[in-house]
Design a protein around this ligand. Structure first.
Ligand code: MN
Ligand code: MN
Length: 472
């Protein structure tokens, strides 16, 4: 055999997505993604968008089937957990055979307002923040921020806040010290250089009164409260029961002369959420019932009852099996879990040519080469990770090769360099087979993350192939 042929036969061949897919197809898919990512600035909004799409495609809430009293093959069911996480399933096959799940998280790093956020200092009213998830704090200074979330009044009524959706809305800024007066900065440790207690959003500078005879202690803050009262009917105490998230006021934009990349806030992990959602909806026939899981709180460890550790979806599966008369067999739920497979749909760190030293280049994903399969994440000696079984990787790569899906292997940087986790291990502990698989990114956890449009589209195709053709 010719040595060039031998090389092709024996070595790993990675196929660049652009070399085999049509630019227009990728462009039309990613333009729909732009709509999703521009709207889904919070986990609640990502759920709202997803539910709308599911309902437009014939899905009904679990409560509908509970009222009806039964579930039949072909039914499409969804369940929303506290507005922040979601499980949806196409009941194509009995669940004892197992489920093909793709699970992604819909929370992203950001700055939350503290429960009692309002302060005034030097005639500037500000809102104190507490960062959420892993951020490089200096990324967040002097960039435009929007404010989204809910305020729940003591009578239970809920006010939705979205300041920044409209072009005419104001934005908010966390101000940093000018370089002229920060000469000490180069000598400071980065962990000390940016004090999170100084990361306050500027809210206003106008006093409620300039009449010296009518003095109040914080007149600028009071003016802000007056505006809030007029606009939303809220008082300061209402902010205690609020979830207000400051996120970058940046729309998704094409990047590069060739427009091959897409930058946005919140690709991690809404890019995997959207590709999973649309692949799930578009999937046709399947060997097992396909299901989608969107969860909250991954960026802070998956704790809390809307995070992956909660497993609210298992009780939904139990109810479905009951309504579909699958409960006659003993241990049905255990069978369902044992026979199920989850693609833990989360982003990976693509090689940045400027920071190659962070990666083992022979085990690192590249932009444009398709979905990243991560056998494990975690840190140190494979600590805190689901280390996927060789058998599962063999089945997945076989399927992707057969279907001409571009895939690549990824590790999260060099050994002992750092690390991170995903939701994978919380499903493995329930008995499912689990593999991390998602879109590679540059600048992950920054206010403006970069993905290749080709990888976004290829990941959609990969999830769809998994839903339609994966079977044990
Ligand atoms: Mn993630
Ligand atoms: Mn993350």
């Amino acid at each position: 055999m010719d040595i060039n042929e031998l090389e092709k036969k024996l070595t790993i061949q990675k196929k660049n997505v652009w070399s085999k897919r049509d630019f227009e197809t990728i462009e039309s898919y990613t333009s729909m993604y732009k709509e999703f990512i521009n709207y889904s600035k919070t986990e609640r909004r990502a759920i709202k968008f997803s539910v709308k799409l599911l309902e437009e495609n014939g899905f009904k809430p679990l409560s509908y089937y509970e009222e009806k009293g039964n579930i039949e093959l072909g039914d499409k069911i969804y369940f929303v957990n506290r507005e922040k996480s979601l499980f949806a399933i196409k009941y194509n096959q009995p669940l004892t055979k197992g489920i093909n799940l793709v699970g992604a998280h819909i929370d992203s790093p950001r700055f939350d307002l503290k429960p009692e956020p309002l302060i005034e200092d030097e005639s500037i009213a500000m809102a104190k923040t507490h960062y959420y998830g892993g951020v490089k704090k200096y990324h967040w200074f002097n960039i435009p921020l929007e404010l989204h979330g809910v305020i729940v009044k003591s009578d239970g009524s809920k006010i939705e806040v979205s300041i920044g959706d409209d072009e005419s809305d104001p934005v908010f800024v966390i101000s940093d010290l000018l370089p002229h007066l920060d000469k000490e900065l180069p000598n400071k440790k980065i962990s000390e250089a940016f004090d999170p207690e100084k990361m306050n959003l500027i809210l206003g500078t106008i006093s409620i009164t300039y009449d010296e005879s009518k003095k109040v202690s914080n007149p600028v803050k009071l003016n802000v409260l007056k505006i809030l009262f007029e606009k939303y009917g809220i008082i300061e105490e209402d902010l205690v029961s609020a979830e207000l998230e400051a996120v970058p006021a940046l729309k998704a934009r094409d990047v590069g002369i060739d427009r091959s990349l897409l930058a946005s806030y919140g690709h991690d992990d809404r890019v995997c959420a959207y590709t999973a959602l649309t692949a799930f909806i578009d999937s046709q026939s399947s060997l097992k019932s396909p299901a989608l899981l969107l969860v909250d709180k991954e960026e802070i460890g998956s704790d809390g009852n809307t995070g992956a550790k909660n497993h609210f979806w298992i009780s939904v599966v139990k109810k479905i099996m009951h309504l579909a008369n699958e409960h006659k067999v003993c241990n049905v739920i255990d069978d369902a879990l044992f026979n199920s497979t989850l693609l833990s749909a989360d982003v990976s760190a693509a090689v940045d040519p400027n920071y190659k030293e962070a990666h083992d280049l022979s085990n690192a994903p590249r932009l444009g080469y398709g979905i990243t399969l991560m056998k494990y994440t975690g840190s140190g000696g494979k600590s805190r990770t689901n280390d996927a079984h060789a058998e599962l990787l063999a089945r997945i790569r076989n399927l992707f090769n057969q279907e001409d899906i571009s895939w690549q292997i990824g590790e999260l940087g060099k050994v002992d360099r750092g690390g991170g986790g995903t939701i994978a291990l919380f499903f493995a502990e329930k008995g499912l087979d689990v593999l991390d698989a998602g879109v590679p990114l540059l600048g992950m956890h920054s206010p403006y993350e970069i993905a290749s449009k080709a990888d976004i589209y290829e990941t959609y195709l990969a999830y769809r192939t998994f839903f339609e053709k994966f079977g044990k």
